[in-house]
Design a protein around this ligand. Structure first.
Ligand SMILES: [Zn+2]
Length: 133
């Protein structure tokens, strides 16, 4: 797949695009068209905001009982990540031993193909987190 196609098919949710209020500066993820703080005052002032994808593990759990499409990956780590911008996201942590994950560990996001629905079906992309080296 070409890079251009990859990005075109990526939704904002998957490339960590947030919105920033031009009135109060609040960052929202997923992006919003109206600021949850300023409401009408933010209309027309919302800006696209690219999250760094870097953050730290806030909490985590080891998943042993995976949905069918993830059976071959289990057990795996799912964590709540607090991004450096203060936004909380949930994602899988990969390239990390199960007993090495810990709260406060630095991680960064990358984009991976998560799965495909049926022959020629929809391809799902998402972000996953890696330990920061
Ligand atoms: Zn605002």
């Amino acid at each position: 797949m070409t890079v251009a196609r990859f990005w075109r098919e990526n939704s904002p949710r998957y490339n960590l695009k947030a919105s920033k209020c031009g009135n109060c500066g609040k960052v929202s993820f997923p992006p919003r068209t109206v600021c949850p703080e300023c409401h009408r005052k933010s209309i027309g002032k919302m800006q696209e905001f690219q999250l760094s994808g870097k953050g730290e593990v806030y909490s985590f759990s080891i998943v042993h009982d995976a949905p069918a499409q993830f059976q071959n990956q289990k057990p795996y780590i799912v964590a709540m990540i607090k991004l450096d911008e203060g936004i909380m996201v949930t994602g899988q942590v990969i390239d990390c031993e199960l007993d090495k994950v810990e709260i406060g560990m630095r991680v960064w996001a990358s984009f991976r193909k998560l799965g495909e629905e049926g022959p020629g079906g929809v391809i799902h992309y998402g972000y996953k987190f890696h330990p920061e080296l």
